[in-house]
Design a protein around this ligand. Structure first.
Ligand code: DGT
Ligand code: CA
Ligand code: CA
Ligand code: ZN
Length: 592
């Protein structure tokens, strides 16, 4: 049996808590499960080993009763208590939890009072007025539920890149280890680092297609097989995403990875360039039109140079090599003809990062743990930006706690001896009118300030835009956090005039964050070329709430590359010794 992971166990506990809430159990019992789930998230020891030794109860936050249940779970991979609890409810009820803004209390009311047991039934009950008639619901709640149902349909079958990157890289690594595999790559939207992908596309070059295909469809990650042919297979992974495999010969490989990397629009651009030279291009080869049956060349084809890798294909079409992230038909052909493609940023260029949380607000790692993890990643500096007091649900800091944290950071810095530095900041709430959650007198004592909107999302666009521009007009605001507030596949961005905010950031010398959380990737990559043109600089920030999430930087760099950014456009590529001046620039009135 596969090893049971910490995350699976935390999910189990969360599910039990939900079921207990649906059942109307008492709060203490429910909290015991949510607390135990939290405790596991931050636990770093070997769970299976502790379970085998009957010592799970030693983990702080896990009581005796839960420890016993987990003992059964680890021993058998199943928990009878959970199965029985689940059986008390209609299975369709669980899909209601996928709706944004709908918690167990409301779901219980909908089920008990209206007999709603599925999303479809809920949609009908909203449509015919039954939901708004329920006590405690009303018209606004019914409208919000309908919007959530529609959002769910829109997002169905799509995946945040952060949620499937582990699966993608694992399969790629396993394919590359097969002796029969000569070359293997991921293609499609994943290779182009789209923030949301539909399916995964694997391309393999081999002389033994049957063995490779069999390995793919029989892999432990596979839930079921959708197609299984000699050169083309498709499966669904347990995580829910579909994965396609194309098996080709070595000579076809550069054409296959190019075609299946896309985008479709980019492919069309390449194909028309080929045609202009008297060639046709498809997923297997480039050949002279005269060779294609039924077609006649309008003019004699130019000789085709040998093509061993993707680069050779671009060269044959008189283009500089176009990185996969740029293949969206957004000006890359013109730049490749004119030799003006950007030298895209790489993860290795980052020297530090801003906007990270600690246990002082809603983070799950301490200041020291975050500092250690940043140094282990090879970063020279780490910016701390815990929430401010208005974000009370995230335990935002008031001025007193914030200044105590600043003192603690200064103390720790003295111990780093100059080779590493923590920067003291805040993720300061932008209040509804665009004023800030701290007075200037407090902000001026910090190394930097991230200003973010965390409430009042429903303002009309003009008001929201004015609000944000007012906030970044404050000289202490170093950078603007997650510009649109979107949560990918979950919450739409709020209405804001992005070009106007970019304009204001340029005018005030404010940096715009590229929030690298795979849930956000905000500001969106499509806006960065405009920001760059206006002279606005970027900071790639992981928004880490745990040491593990510093790795979000990888996703941030992917999005920055899609936004045509180089290391010169991203302030946190600057080393310690140079970054301080950038942080001080705006408030001291010196412009770059
Ligand atoms: P996804 O999976 O929806 O996130 O997006 P992609 O780009 O990975 O799309 P997918 O998996 O359907 O196909 C992979 C690539 O194959 C796509 O980016 C371009 C190429 N491709 C697929 N169908 C067509 C087509 O009808 N015409 C052209 N020119 N290219 C295609
Ligand atoms: Ca795909
Ligand atoms: Ca596909
Ligand atoms: Zn935030």
């Amino acid at each position: 049996m596969a090893q049971i992971t910490k995350d699976q166990t935390a999910d189990l506990l969360e599910s039990i808590a939900r079921l207990l809430e649906l059942k109307g159990e008492n709060l203490f019992k429910i909290r015991a499960y949510t607390h135990a789930a939290r405790a596991l998230e931050t636990f770093t020891g070997d769970l299976s080993k502790l379970a085998a030794e009957g010592r799970l109860g030693e983990i702080p936050g896990i009581g005796k009763a839960i420890a016993e249940k987990l003992g059964e779970w680890f021993a058998t991979g199943r928990l009878e208590y959970y199965e029985q609890l689940k059986a008390e409810f209609p299975p369709g009820l669980f899909e209601l939890f996928e709706l944004q803004g709908l918690g167990p209390k409301k779901i219980k009311a909908l089920w008990e009072q209206l007999g709603v047991t599925s999303v479809a039934e809920l949609q009908a009950a909203c449509g015919d007025g039954r939901v708004e008639g329920l006590p405690g619901f009303g018209k606004k709640t019914a409208d919000n539920i309908l919007a959530a149902v529609e959002a769910r349909a829109r997002f169905a079958g799509r995946f945040r890149i952060g949620d499937i990157a582990g699966d993608a890289e694992r399969m790629l690594g396993d394919l590359r280890e097969l002796p029969e595999v000569l070359q293997a790559s991921l293609a499609g939207s994943y290779r182009r680092r789209k923030e949301v992908v539909g399916d995964l596309d694997f391309i393999v070059a081999t002389n033994h297609p049957e063995q490779v295909s069999r390995f793919f469809v029989e892999h432990a990650m596979v839930e079921n097989i959708l197609a299984n042919g000699a050169t083309k297979s498709a499966v669904r992974f347990k995580s829910g995403i579909q994965a396609d495999l194309r098996v080709v010969k070595t000579a076809e490989y550069p054409f296959a990875i190019n075609y299946f990397t896309g985008s479709k629009e980019h492919n069309i651009g390449l194909r028309s360039r080929a045609l202009a030279r008297g060639w046709t291009l498809n997923e297997y080869r480039l050949e002279a039109v005269a060779n294609v049956e039924g077609k006649k060349a309008r003019k004699p084809a130019q000789p085709i140079p040998p093509i061993y890798e993707e680069r050779d294909l671009y060269r044959a079409l008189d283009l500089d090599y176009i990185e996969p992230e740029l293949r969206e038909d957004r000006g890359e052909f013109e730049a490749a003809e004119n030799h003006t493609l950007p030298d895209l940023i790489e993860v290795e260029n980052l020297r530090g990062t801003f906007h990270n949380h600690t246990t002082a607000s809603d983070g799950r790692s301490s200041l020291e743990e975050m500092a250690d993890a940043a140094q282990e990643l090879g970063l020279q500096y780490l910016g701390i930006a815990d929430h401010s007091k208005s974000s009370f649900q995230a335990h935002g800091l008031d001025a007193e706690r914030l200044l105590a944290q600043v003192a603690e950071i200064r103390r720790l810095n003295a111990g780093f001896g100059g080779h590493f530095r923590l920067f003291a900041g805040t993720e300061c709430d932008v209040l509804k009118d665009g004023s800030l959650d701290f007075p200037d007198e407090v902000l001026s004592q910090l190394d930097y300030v991230v200003a973010s909107v965390h409430a009042a999302f429903t303002l009309p666009e003009a008001e929201m835009t004015k609000r944000i521009i007012r906030a970044i007009s404050n000289p202490h605001v170093t950078m603007l956090g997650h510009l649109t507030g979107r949560l990918l596949l979950s919450r739409e961005p709020y209405h804001v005039d992005v070009p106007a905010v970019i304009e204001a950031a340029a005018a005030t010398g404010t940096i715009i964050e590229l929030n690298a959380s795979p849930w956000r990737l905000d500001m969106d990559w499509r806006w960065w070329p405009l920001a760059k043109e206006k002279g606005v600089r970027c900071s790639i920030n992981p928004d880490a709430h745990h040491t593990d999430q510093l790795q979000n930087l990888w996703h941030g760099v992917g999005a920055a590359r899609k936004g045509w950014l180089t290391r010169r456009d991203v302030v946190n590529c600057l080393p310690l010794g140079k970054i301080e001046a950038v942080l001080a620039q705006k408030r001291s009135g010196t412009r770059p």
